[in-house]
Design a binder for this molecule. Structure first.
Ligand code: SF4
Ligand code: SF4
Length: 543
């Protein structure tokens, strides 16, 4: 049996990218479903569970995708409906001038050299069909007007390339017209969903989330076991038994995290950091066993699915009678919260505008959603001198920060995590400026692509991110990449293991938990991972 390491292409192979376009025109170049570059199809049981169309056994490499007989009509009707419903979609179909400013901004193009991974051409995949069927010029002149027929090959091409876009929105930053190719991808995926062409790594988490409230399908007792385990572990580490209430009615705050925080590594260390922080400041909060997932894979499926999955958060806030909500370190959860939640499932008039009980800060920026990012909350505590931190406890970490795409570009959380890191650590170095903050490079595995079967494409797509990490690794000896996204925490470790061995991945609240001096704690000898502390001074800094 071949091991994963043996089956991976070598860095030399991956770096020999051929940037020459194929001899044939792009409209006639069919996608090649090569192992390692695509995701497996959704299992019929998951489609059935969600009531999604055309459940069947098939795989992308099959010649026959077993589409419904009227698939073309379904897709074109779906396009028409979305052109009427989403003005942005129609606008993005009409206004691209093909200037190419976005072309080299996509990590998948940089890593693969495939011209159809240039955002401009990714958009053209669907725009060409739009022109052919929905514009006069396209109907009259076809290819001469940039239009093309919708065929099965075109549909397969959509599937291949819309599942090679992580909806990261980096390209939109550089487009002079503000065209958001991520939104084009979202519509492309919605249309594919109408005829049952979806990937299992997206649909299974959606089905799990719908059934139990979280992507992993963890049931309420499993959720409680996991939180209880964390409480026990923290007691061993600090000598303090924290409380971690679940479904407690009448709490002031509902706390929602991505499920990986209580079941994955290194996410789990971030969870420990949250629990320590909330105990130390005596926060009146509760988890919910049903809103046990902040992440929303509906974002990678359809607008309807975003709404269906997101609804549980306000429903649980209402049931538990909380005043406002804090959300943990997650990526696309924040895109959904910030850009969709209020209009899809709000207005949340039954909640109050969040006010920190410790500092009195009123988070006016969350007036519509009533949901505060944990980094905003913690940075505010530090700013008001409410935490005692010993940054020397993180001296074994030489840290850089990866801006996760959605908190950075969709939410604008840029300063707060850095502020926390600078107070919790003594060694921090930024990656080059065109690879961080709004211009951050994606992990290459978001939007439901973080599965194993497409590992080659993930390693290619993650190359620009890894390259910037390599720079600070070589220049400053960085050994920890901190981030605030659950998908990043799951997918960056294999990426770095491959491209930049020796750099670990961790959460910002893991670093905070290491540094946090708790009242009555026993002298700490290890960090939250159980690694021995380097520090000898145990110097306490009143932040
Ligand atoms: S930058 Fe904008 S207008 Fe220019 S090619 Fe890209 S999507 Fe089109
Ligand atoms: S949204 Fe991100 S992955 Fe998609 S085309 Fe733009 S840069 Fe590439």
């Amino acid at each position: 049996m071949t091991s994963m390491a043996e089956s991976r292409p070598s860095p030399e192979q991956l770096s020999r990218v051929d940037y020459h376009p194929p001899g044939r025109g792009w409209m006639d170049t069919r996608p090649e479903f090569r192992k390692g570059t695509y995701c497996y199809s959704a299992l019929p049981k998951n489609l059935k569970y969600l009531g999604l169309p055309n459940p069947r056994e098939w795989q992308p490499f099959d010649a026959d995708w077993k589409l419904p007989p009227d698939w073309k009509t379904i897709i074109l009707n779906g396009m028409r409906e979305r052109l009427e419903r989403f003005r942005s979609f129609r606008l993005f179909m009409d206004i691209c001038v093909r200037c190419g400013a976005c072309a080299d901004k996509c990590h998948f193009y940089i890593g693969s050299g495939d011209p159809k991974n240039m955002p401009v051409l990714r958009g053209e995949l669907i725009r060409s069909v739009y022109r052919r069927y929905f514009t006069l010029a396209g109907r009259l002149f076809g290819r001469l007007a940039g239009g093309r027929e919708l065929t099965e090959d075109v549909l397969k091409e959509w599937f291949y390339y819309f599942y090679q876009c992580t909806e990261c929105r980096r390209c939109s930053l550089f487009c002079p017209y503000g065209i958001d190719t991520a939104e084009i991808t979202m519509i492309g995926r919605e249309l594919l969903n109408l005829v049952g062409c979806n990937v299992n790594w997206v649909v299974e988490p959606v089905a799990n989330c719908f059934r139990t409230g979280n992507h992993l399908g963890v049931q309420p007792h499993g959720f409680k076991d996991s939180i209880d385990f964390a409480v026990d572990e923290l007691e061993e580490l600090t000598g303090i038994r924290v409380e971690a209430p679940i479904n407690r009615k009448g709490a002031e705050i509902l706390f929602v995290v991505p499920s990986a925080d209580y079941f994955g590594t290194p996410h789990y260390f971030t969870l420990l950091g949250y629990l320590m922080l909330f105990h130390e400041i005596g926060l009146d909060y509760t988890f919910s066993a049903f809103a046990s997932e902040g992440g929303n894979f509906g974002l990678f499926t359809s607008h309807e699915m975003i709404k269906r999955l997101n609804a549980k958060i306000y429903a649980e806030a209402k049931r538990l009678g909380v005043k406002w909500i804090i959300g943990g370190e997650c990526g696309h959860m924040w895109r959904v919260m910030h850009q969709y939640m209020d209009t899809m499932n709000g207005p949340a008039d039954f909640l109050e505008v969040p006010v920190s009980p410790l500092t009195g800060t009123r988070f006016e920026n969350t007036r519509s959603t009533k949901m505060v990012h944990i980094c905003e909350f913690t940075a505010d505590l530090i700013r008001h001198g409410k935490l005692r931190l010993d940054p020397s406890r993180n001296d074994h970490w030489n840290v850089t920060f990866h801006d996760s795409c959605n908190p950075a570009r969709a939410l604008g959380i840029l300063e707060e995590p850095r502020y926390i890191i600078r107070h919790a650590c003594r060694k921090f170095h930024e990656m080059p400026e065109n690879t961080i903050r709004e211009q951050t490079f994606c992990c290459g595995s978001g939007a439901g692509l973080g599965t194993d079967e497409n590992l080659e494409m993930r390693l290619r797509g993650g190359l620009p991110r890894a390259n910037a990490v390599k720079y600070v690794r070589e220049k400053y000896g960085v050994n920890l990449l901190a981030c605030i996204c659950a998908i990043d925490k799951a997918t960056l470790p294999p990426l770095l293991e491959y491209w930049v061995p020796g750099v670990e991945v961790g959460g910002v609240h893991e670093l905070l938990g290491n540094a946090l001096v708790m009242k009555g704690e026993r002298a700490r000898t290890t960090d939250l991972r159980g690694e021995p502390l380097q520090a000898t001074s145990q110097e306490v800094v009143h932040a």
